[in-house]
Design a protein around this ligand. Structure first.
Ligand SMILES: Nc1nc2c(ncn2[C@@H]2O[C@H](COP(=O)(O)OP(=O)(O)OP(=O)(O)O)[C@@H](O)[C@H]2O)c(=O)[nH]1
Ligand SMILES: [Mg+2]
Length: 299
């Protein structure tokens, strides 16, 4: 006679990925929940808002908190973003320190590792972008990372190929506390649609711009009106200087049109309706350094 095995306890809690800009935190968050919730780009410091994404499993709920990359701040915005990261660290149960497989460990990684050692959360190291290196290089990186600090585990993963994503979830979930469910069954994120839409517009606008411009772009959705199968969206795209406005708009508005088309497709996918997108470019002089403007833009 065999009785059925005791059910594992239900676990639920919060986790976040940290690491320098561009380490692959947002891409990994999306890969884990299987939906694009956080925007990503090859420009450093893409993430500016804390976004929570919930992964539901029969015996667990993992709430991923996507944070900006920790960096040496050069503006008031940079300082605010770093503050957001640090306040998240103190609220989560598990932290995954992301280090790309294809880049040497740097001063920034050592600095972050040192800060994490002070926290009560379980800290894992996650070696990201494993699809970009061969086996030998990966083995070397795993060794280097394990010597960087005291980690509960070191997990290699590729958000692009999906390699080891489930394993990483298993490991993270194992460190969550026993807890009742935290969010309703079908809730993927608590982020308002308005914010998600603004982020998709910003992602489209980041494509193909260089130097300081990516940092100068901010997007606010002013109004969303649902009319049956059509959603009308009125949004403002802010830059810091008139010269940047000209670049963003492009020759005969060609760039702005392209940004609008890309963003509209993404938003239609998100909302499941057709979308009319009205996009205006405005100058908010040096907003990254101006407390009043920052507040207006939601920081
Ligand atoms: N090849 C490969 N590229 C990846 C992988 N994960 C992320 N990337 C790329 O790395 C770049 C940065 O990814 P993000 O997810 O935006 O990085 P992040 O850590 O969130 O960056 P910040 O928000 O700026 O701190 C993007 O161009 C991604 O497409 C991966 O597993 N493999
Ligand atoms: Mg990000």
């Amino acid at each position: 006679m065999t009785g059925s095995a005791p059910r594992p306890p239900y676990r639920a809690g919060f986790a976040c990925f940290v690491g320098r800009p561009n380490a692959g935190k947002s891409t990994l968050t999306n890969a884990i929940v299987g939906t694009k919730i956080a925007i990503t780009s090859n420009k450093p410091q893409t993430t500016r808002h804390i976004i929570r994404a919930v992964l539901h499993r029969p015996d667990s709920q993992l709430v991923l908190v996507d944070t900006p990359g920790l960096h040496r701040p050069r503006t008031l915005l940079g300082e605010r973003l770093n503050d957001l990261v640090r306040s998240t660290w103190s609220e989560v149960d598990v932290i995954g320190l992301c280090i790309p497989a294809d880049e040497p460990i740097g001063r920034g990684d050592r600095f972050i590792t040192g800060e994490l050692a002070e926290l009560k959360a379980t800290v894992l190291a996650v070696v990201t972008k494993t699809d970009l290196v061969d086996k030998k290089k990966l083995a070397e990186q795993l060794l280097a990372v394990s010597e960087l600090g005291e980690f509960a585990a070191v997990v290699p993963v590729s958000a692009v190929s999906g390699h080891q994503v489930d394993t990483l979830v298993d490991v993270m979930t194992g460190y969550l506390p026993e807890s009742p469910q935290l969010y309703p069954d079908d809730m993927l994120t608590e982020e308002p649609e308005q914010v998600l839409c603004a982020e998709l517009i910003r992602e489209a606008a980041l494509e193909g711009v260089r130097d300081e411009l990516p940092h100068s772009i901010a997007v606010v959705v002013e109004e969303m009106i649902a009319e049956g199968q059509l959603t009308k969206i009125y949004a403002d795209l802010y830059v810091e200087r008139p010269s940047q406005k000209a670049i963003v708009i492009g020759h005969r508005a060609s760039r702005l049109k392209a940004v609008g088309t890309t963003a509209r497709k993404q938003i239609e996918e998100l909302l499941g309706t057709r979308v009319y997108l009205d996009l205006h470019v405005r100058v908010a002089k040096d907003w990254q350094r101006d407390p009043k403007q920052l507040r207006k833009l939601g920081f």
